[in-house]
Design a protein around this ligand. Structure first.
Ligand code: ADP
Ligand code: MG
Length: 250
């Protein structure tokens, strides 16, 4: 579903991604862990067209992200083509970014109505189903300010699902939550994983990574230092940098 080949990204003179190679298989939960500033968010943002890579190749579902290759040369895609690629990818951020003036169901309906031109009635029906799926059937008419952080994040997940993505990206989805609200969000993510969604999850929740993750990479300084089965990498890290990081977070 995702393939990165020597993906590089710089901001000015600062090289943030220094040749990322990885592969996310369809249906798997792929976890990315690593210290702050190691490039995890930047990598997710490259997958979702929020940043453009400077070198290497990045594929989603077999299609080059953001570029067309012709005669060995790369050409940037037009905005319309980029939008079409982004439509297949759902993203959930640390901060939920819900529209404050819209109810939960309106937040979830927004993209299908605006982007896919789904009828309001149809979008509302589907949004209600999705809110039910994340355990918020009784909150459809609530505004974000009336919801807890965990509930808002579950609305954000439902909102991402409303576009029927084939890939979901999660960037530290529980990091901004009070500890007692983390579990309800992780439970929704676990259910999504069980239903077969392909998920790339940047997280500091090592329990989740161990229990739900199919693969895990440890990133540091813009490179993948170590990768493998989460139980192996977390339980028996091979590299000093991984050991040092895990000793601080576990
Ligand atoms: P992580 O998510 O692992 O904490 P990030 O991908 O957010 O790391 O950031 C990696 C590095 O890239 C950091 O040093 C950060 O300051 C830098 N960076 C991220 N975005 C930008 C940007 N838009 N402009 C300049 N530097 C950036
Ligand atoms: Mg980050």
């Amino acid at each position: 579903m995702v393939r990165a080949e020597r993906v590089c990204k710089s901001f000015g003179h600062v090289e943030v991604l220094k040749g990322i190679d990885l592969e996310v298989k369809t249906g798997e939960v792929f976890c990315i862990v690593g210290p702050s500033g190691s490039g995890k968010s930047t990598f997710l943002r490259c997958i979702n067209h929020l940043e453009k890579i400077n070198a290497g190749r990045l594929y989603v579902d077999g299609t080059l992200v953001g570029y067309r290759e012709k005669g060995g040369k790369l050409y940037e895609l037009r905005d319309r083509e980029v939008s079409a690629q982004r439509r297949d990818i759902g993203m959930v951020f640390q901060r939920f970014n819900l529209f404050p003036h819209m109810t939960a169901v309106e937040n979830v309906m927004e993209a299908p109505v605006q982007v896919k031109r789904t009828s309001k009635a149809e979008a509302r029906k589907r949004a209600t189903e999705l809110l039910d799926r994340v355990g918020l059937a009784d909150k459809v008419a609530s505004y974000p300010a009336q919801l807890s952080g965990g509930q808002q994040q579950r609305v954000a997940i439902a909102r991402a699902l409303a576009m029927d993505p084939k890939l979901m990206l999660f960037d530290e989805p529980t990091s901004a939550l009070d500890p007692e609200l983390v579990g309800e969000v992780l439970d929704v993510m676990k259910a999504l994983a069980r239903d077969g969604m392909t998920m790339v999850v940047v997280t500091h929740e090592m329990g989740f990574a161990r229990e739900v993750g199919d693969s895990l990479v440890f990133m540091d300084g813009g490179v993948v230092v170590e990768s493998g089965d989460p139980k192996d990498v977390l339980g028996n890290p091979q590299h000093e940098r991984t050991k040092s990081f895990l000793s601080k977070v576990l």
